[in-house]
Design a protein around this ligand. Structure first.
Ligand code: HAM
Length: 416
């Protein structure tokens, strides 16, 4: 028990770090190019923030939150997502004060209590962006493009971009009512979850995994029959901009997303080989969220992508980078005096920004040479009696096996 991490969590081991860094470096480059600045918010927040922001009646709030009472009697929740937290930080720190658009990105752990399976964890990592303060559909297109460009720049193929509009506070209630009416006629055929959804959140019935293939869901009324002019024009403009940018997308009237705050544009980028957890990235517009959390009416839009899911997709497509060579130099010493000289050399090299290591287990020279080869170092620097006497070091190139003796004080030059 003590040696098992909690179910649904994963250690990220040194051998996996090259993949994480690869993805994180792409994220940072892309965010710089797109003009998004990094924000880091706390891993836990007041529970109410998520209840209000994400919405009661959603699976995330009703079933999946890690909520506890802290020692001061407050209800605290580990963040299940970061949009509500970013909006809270935007308001608390008055990031709106300069006026205009605020563009932010984040990476970090999120927590959801769900049944773990491939691509679904209880602690997982998201990269996300949020743009607050502008309702131009060009921003919707920018956000979708950012998500798309990230995944494409990693080399991923077979991605599907699906988009939809979920309407706004004006037209969505009309659609909800229409759906409630329609699904009431099929009440007995709905799964237990959807029976509950019928009152609280009838749009979620459309993307139910259990009921998904049933014919009456396929035939359910589409939102386009209820959209107000503003939502219709907004969505048409987003599509036009995406087409102009050469991005291929599919319209999916059943894409409703699992969080309550969405308005107008909703989108997902899916990778079918992930199976049941096929969504790599998801997001959309949330023009009512800032107000819901206590700010002045402010439009917003964003998305998040699961980093573990990206890594699974990269692995499936053989796109993970090889682990980096670990060291420039491995110092091999024979005897106690050589160890002192070697340790001094080790420190000097490291201070010159050369990565170096040595044996700490007092192994034989032969065993140290084996270790040097295994470490992936470029050079073995060998210090024996002869070298100590002449203040020199034998440098062995571990790739070519070429060997030469050079003065100790010149050793840093071979790494130049
Ligand atoms: P979401 O669709 O709940 O949206 O999550 C976004 C992505 O996080 C998913 O597509 C998936 O890759 C990853 N993800 C979610 N749950 C898990 C899990 N249990 N295990 C592994 N990966 C997971 C949001 O979180 C919104 N805050 C996105 C957003 C930002 N909308 C607007 N702004």
């Amino acid at each position: 028990m003590l040696t098992n991490a909690p179910r649904g969590t994963k250690d990220i081991l040194p051998a996996q770090i090259a993949g994480w860094r690869y993805v994180e470096n792409k994220i940072r480059t892309l965010c710089r190019n797109y003009g998004y600045e990094e924000i880091r918010t706390p891993v836990f927040e007041h529970t109410e923030l998520f209840q209000r922001g994400i919405g009661e009646g959603t699976d995330v709030v009703d079933k999946e939150m890690y909520t506890f009472t802290d020692r001061g009697g407050r209800s605290i929740t580990l963040r299940p997502e970061n949009t509500a937290s970013v909006v809270r930080a935007y308001l608390q720190n008055k990031l709106y004060a300069d006026g205009g658009l605020v563009k932010l990105f984040y990476t970090g752990s999120m927590f959801r209590y769900d049944r773990p399976q491939a691509g679904r964890l209880r602690e997982f990592h998201q990269f996300g962006v949020e743009a607050l303060g502008e309702q131009n559909p060009a921003l919707d297109a920018e956000i979708i493009l950012l998500a798309w460009d990230l995944l494409k720049s990693l080399g991923l193929e077979n991605l599907r971009l699906k988009i939809n509009t979920v309407g706004c506070a004006k037209c969505r209630p009309v659609y909800r009512q229409k759906l409630q009416h329609y699904f009431s006629d099929n009440f007995d055929d709905l799964c237990e979850d959807c029976k509950h959804r019928l009152n609280k959140n009838p749009m979620r019935i459309l993307d139910c995994k259990v009921d998904g293939d049933k014919e009456f869901i396929e035939d359910a009324p589409k939102i386009e029959t209820c959209l107000c002019d503003e939502c219709r024009e907004h969505f048409a403009r987003v599509q036009k901009l995406l087409k102009a940018a050469g991005v291929e997308f599919e319209l999916d009237a059943r894409l409703v997303r699992g969080l309550d705050y969405y308005t107008k544009t909703a989108f997902e980028i899916q990778y079918a080989e992930l199976g049941a957890q096929s969504a790599l990235a998801g997001g959309g517009r949330y023009d009512g969220l800032v107000e819901e959390i206590g700010g002045a009416p402010t439009p917003g839009i964003g998305f998040a992508v699961g980093i573990e899911r990206i890594l699974i997709a990269l692995e499936k497509q053989n796109l993970l980078p090889a682990a980096e060579n670990k060291f420039d130099a491995f110092i091999v010493t024979a005897g106690s005096d050589a160890e002192i000289t070697g340790f001094d050399l080790l420190t000097k090299l490291r201070r010159e920004n050369i990565s170096a290591t040595m044996d700490f287990a007092k192994r034989s020279v032969k065993a140290q040479m084996k270790q040097a080869a295994k470490s992936g170092a470029r050079f073995a620097l060998i210090l024996g009696e002869e070298e100590l006497a002449s203040a020199s070091v034998t440098v062995k190139n571990l790739e070519t096996s070429a060997q030469e003796k050079i003065p100790l004080e010149k050793v840093a030059q071979i790494f130049a």
